[in-house]
Design a protein around this ligand. Structure first.
Ligand code: ZN
Length: 217
């Protein structure tokens, strides 16, 4: 019953934008299926994130970055009607943390944006990166670029901020939608993954430190 409700909450029509898919038949699709299968098997999430023997670390990271982008994007998409210019004129995590947007295009200097604007820039920016063959190569035999893990660190650091904002500012909406368990599971999976490979600086994790200690034991 619970699963059915969640399916209705997280249905495709509410997706914020098209999700990135792995092409069936590719090695990364197989790896994605493997990761999904162990996730569904009810294994400890801390064990699920570990690199399977014989797999390449960059492939493993690539699969997870794309999957987390899809899932976090979907979570924000379902919250987005509550996250408006009016409710969230600044992209923040409580009073203590404020995030500014910077990219190589319009915002060369760190710029204050509203939360919905920030999220929109963030999701577009990630989508552009994961669809860039020079950074996320999908063809067999094409190696990952030298800066691959650095780019992924940046993506995951920024995705973490979506959790910060949603948990701190929209927790009541999560509860009202009956989505708490779903969001927590996604958060835990994400948290164990970034810790396993030291992908996000611990200072970035500060805003959710207490909650993390409570749910990730
Ligand atoms: Zn908001």
């Amino acid at each position: 019953m619970m699963a059915l409700c969640l399916k209705q909450v997280f249905n495709k029509d509410k997706t914020f934008r098209p999700r990135k898919k792995f092409e069936p038949g590719t090695q990364r699709f197989e790896l994605y299926k493997k990761a999904q299968a162990s996730l569904k098997s009810g294994l400890d999430l801390r064990a699920v994130v570990q690199l399977p023997p014989g797999e390449s670390i960059n492939d493993w990271i690539a699969v997870h970055v794309v999957d987390f982008f899809n899932r976090i994007n979907l979570i924000y998409g379902t919250m987005s009607e509550y996250c408006t210019e009016k409710s969230c004129p600044i992209m923040s995590g409580g009073l203590k943390y404020e995030y500014r947007w910077q990219d190589d295009n319009k915002y060369k200097k760190p710029t204050k944006l509203s939360a919905p604007q920030y999220m929109c820039m963030l999701m577009d920016w990630i989508e552009m990166l994961i669809n860039n063959e020079d950074i996320f190569p999908t063809r067999i035999g094409v190696p990952f670029p030298k800066q691959f893990q650095q780019v992924c660190t940046k993506i995951l650091t920024r995705l973490f901020r979506v959790f910060v904002h949603v948990y701190i500012h929209h927790f009541d909406s999560i509860i009202n939608m009956g989505a708490e368990a779903h969001v927590n599971t996604c958060y835990k999976h994400f948290y164990y993954f970034i810790r396993e490979f030291s992908l996000v600086d611990h200072r970035e994790l500060e805003p959710l430190k207490e909650m993390t200690e409570r749910i990730c034991h």
